[in-house]
Design a protein around this ligand. Structure first.
Ligand SMILES: [Fe+2]
Length: 380
């Protein structure tokens, strides 16, 4: 095996863990926290709750919630200006993937300067970031444990991947109680995103024993717990989804992703699609495309999805993909690309953008823009 690295934050996991946020921020040297969240999380009461925890530690804070789904370059720049103007010292993000990625972008620009587009790609950050404490409110994005930050360049309509070890937060506080206030749609979209992280990281060209075990655990937990979590809202199942999302986050942060995420970023940049809702459309077609470069691993995934093996490795792999399709369809989400794109003439444009996505570097099978186009047609 080539040299591999495995980087994760300090993780504090458990029901009610939010109450440790003030202590943790103090431990990171905070006096004046820059708190990033969004209006949805605020409405659910979690921002107020966190503020009372910070007040309990006699911390000051600056609150920034000008963040939308698929966070924009100009929002990150405005946040960094405010951070510097206010002389904040620690970044806390409370939210799903969007506020967390925006918070990373703000921390990056506040400490390294320039424009967010300067950092697109892998390993372009050269100066340390302020300490970051993240509290995820969804079980999916994995941004609280990952080296990834995804920001939309509005001029090009491209979701840029910024990847660097310095983007791993110092501390992640994962409190499954927060999931109880999430809508059914958000629980599904987040869990399906985590499932895609788990599958793509497992078959990644740079997967390692440290990431593979996390990927497989995540697949198993999501398949077993998503349905009951949606139907019963049982805290037990939601907690298992949190564990799955964290495991998948640790895996993809270190093994990266692949073709499905390259296309998901392309779709999100142009159509502003909710990220998790893209995967039910693309993932089965992408797995069929990749099969020839990772037949054994596709069969291992198949065994988890099917709960056992079939006659041969190939039939296990293929039946597993069919089972994955059935699983995704069972949640009443869009499963055809035409529901998202509408205009078929956009497919070559999407494919050309996806071809340049950094996630493609670790896809097990080489991909040209024509291959993307074929996968899009299959998913149409
Ligand atoms: Fe994702």
């Amino acid at each position: 095996m080539d040299v591999r690295k495995f980087s994760i934050p300090e993780i504090i996991f458990g029901r009610g863990g939010l109450r440790y946020a003030g202590l943790c921020a103090r431990r990171l040297g905070a006096e004046k926290v820059f708190l990033v969240s969004d209006p949805g999380v605020e409405k659910a009461g979690w921002v107020e709750r966190l503020m009372s925890v910070l007040a309990g530690e006699k911390l000051n804070w600056v609150y920034f919630c000008n963040v939308v789904s698929n966070p924009r370059d100009y929002q990150v720049e405005a946040g960094a200006d405010l951070y510097k103007l206010q002389g904040a010292d620690v970044v806390i993000a409370l939210g799903g993937g969007s506020p967390m990625d925006a918070a990373k972008g703000i921390a990056l620009l506040a400490s390294n300067g320039g424009l967010i587009t300067d950092y697109e790609g892998a390993n372009r950050i050269h100066r340390p970031l302020p300490p970051m404490l993240f509290i995820p409110t969804t079980a999916g994005s994995g941004s609280d444990v990952s080296q990834f930050c995804i920001i939309t360049d509005m001029k090009r309509r491209v979701k840029m991947s910024i990847i660097s070890r310095t983007l791993v937060p110092n501390i992640s506080i994962i409190d499954p109680l927060i999931l109880e206030t999430k809508t059914e749609n958000l629980i599904i979209a987040s869990a399906v995103d985590a499932l895609c992280h788990a599958i793509e990281s497992y078959i990644s060209k740079i997967a390692s024993p440290f990431t593979e075990s996390q990927s497989l655990k995540a697949i198993d937990l999501i398949v077993k717990n998503l349905k009951p979590a949606v139907e019963n809202r049982s805290l037990e199942n939601l907690e298992q989804l949190s564990i799955a999302s964290t495991a998948a986050g640790m895996a993809f942060s270190n093994a990266s992703l692949g073709m499905a995420h390259a296309l998901a970023h392309s779709l999100g940049g142009i159509f502003d699609t909710l990220h998790g809702m893209v995967h039910p459309v693309l993932l089965p077609s992408v797995m069929r495309y990749n099969y020839r470069s990772c037949p054994e691993k596709t069969a291992v995934i198949g065994r988890i999805l099917l709960g056992g093996r079939r006659r041969s490795e190939k039939s296990t792999a293929m039946a597993g993909i069919v089972r994955l399709e059935e699983f995704l369809h069972s949640f009443n989400v869009s499963v055809r690309l035409r529901d998202i794109v509408q205009n078929r003439e956009m497919l070559p444009v999407l494919s050309r953008i996806a071809e340049n996505d950094v996630c493609l570097l670790t896809n097990p099978r080489p991909v040209t823009w024509e291959d993307f186009l074929n996968v899009c047609r299959e998913a149409w």
